[in-house]
Design a protein around this ligand. Structure first.
Ligand code: ZN
Length: 368
């Protein structure tokens, strides 16, 4: 069923969709990267028919389209997307297993559809409108339940042979260390993630360490502790929560040093829910990065910046992918240059580009 009839409405809308394990967020995104309107739906889970998930996506996208003409829809999927941007190979919380998701939905909606994984879309949001605007070489690390990541090299979003580049979370940092959902052990995300933060705080509570501020926020119930409560308690000076951020931040810096040794980026952007803690997390990370990085005294250590985008990173990056693809008159060549950023960036390399939301105006003038 087409989303809209031909010519309905004057200005065609570009829609980005974040397809998470439990919920869908669809949004109309303006050319300057701002979110105009949003619709939500829940994803029915991985044990259901593909049809049910696609019906949920259709409902959310139809709500955002609101009868207007749709220029294209970008999907940011929480799973492995093949290097061609056609299929979702595997998604831990969704039923797609090698399904031709892009073609199925393009056929269903009768509009151009573009597909990539959520971490790559988050990286597009940062390179096109956010903290990594102007950087030819950037790493984007997303700290949520686990770790997602993306690599931008010379303006190119690097996808790898299987479309699986940037899966930093499962790099082994402690041989024989903590078991991981991936089947391995000692993976980085077991030490540096929202889960790792909560595990550290729980251990402190079980050891009887004072955590009065935290327990106060959780109504005295250690089981009720959430990530945002840990952040708030740390800001209130709760020693157990400060220690947890110091530890997770240290692991962030150590792991980032390994990635910087490999890629030598201009900037490292930290996004995801855990990054909302800001310098509580980033200051210990910056110290550990500087201490751990090879050649640290004789090189420029890249700045470790908090991402400009929060939960809307996926929809903004997905919409950016649509504009890039339509601008080329074809599906995005996913390994292609990001939005002509490199040339625009070199022109301004001498002076530090604006960071964050202030950079959006400059981005939109690139005329994509
Ligand atoms: Zn793992």
């Amino acid at each position: 069923m087409p989303l809209t009839g031909p010519g309905a409405g004057l200005r065609p809308v570009v829609i980005g969709v974040d397809v998470g394990g439990t919920k869908v967020m669809a949004a109309e995104v303006a050319p300057d990267g701002s979110v105009v309107s949003v619709a939500h739906a829940s994803t029915p889970g991985r044990r259901v028919e593909v049809e049910l998930v696609e019906a949920a996506l259709t409902a959310a996208v139809t709500e955002v389209a609101a009868g207007r003409r749709v220029a294209g829809v970008g999907l940011a999927a929480a799973g492995f997307v093949d290097s061609a941007g056609e299929r979702v190979m595997f998604a831990p919380h969704l039923p797609w297993r090698g399904h031709q998701v892009r073609a199925r939905l393009a056929e269903r909606w009768q509009v151009p559809v573009f597909l990539d994984n959520d971490a790559n879309c988050a990286a597009r949001a940062e390179t096109d409108y956010g903290a990594a605007v102007g950087a030819d070489d950037a790493l984007v690390i997303t700290l949520g339940t686990g770790i997602g990541g993306a690599v931008v090299l010379d303006g190119v979003l690097h996808r790898g042979r299987n479309g699986m580049a940037g899966e930093f979370g499962h790099a082994q940092v402690v041989p024989g260390g903590r078991g991981c959902e991936c089947g391995g052990s000692g993976c980085w995300e077991q030490y540096c993630s929202g889960n790792a933060l909560r595990r550290h705080v729980r251990a402190s509570l079980e050891a009887g360490l004072a955590a009065a501020a935290l327990l106060g926020l959780a109504g005295g119930d250690p089981e009720a502790v959430t990530g945002p409560m840990i952040t708030e308690a740390a800001r209130l000076g709760d020693p157990a929560c400060l220690a947890a951020y110091a530890e997770v931040g240290r692991w962030l810096g150590v792991g980032t040093a390994n990635l910087v040794a490999a890629f030598d980026p201009e900037v490292v952007v930290i996004g995801g829910g855990v990054s909302a803690a800001g310098d509580l997390l980033l200051e210990p990370a910056r110290r550990a990065l500087a201490e751990s990085l090879v050649g640290g005294q004789d090189r420029v250590v890249p700045p470790l910046l908090r991402a400009s985008f929060g939960p809307e990173a996926g929809v903004v990056g997905a919409a950016s992918m649509v504009r890039e693809g339509l601008g080329r008159g074809a599906r995005p060549r996913l390994g292609g240059r990001l939005a002509g950023a490199a040339a625009a960036n070199r022109a301004t390399a001498a002076s530090r580009r604006p960071r964050g939301r202030a950079a959006r105006g400059a981005s939109s003038r690139r005329g994509r």
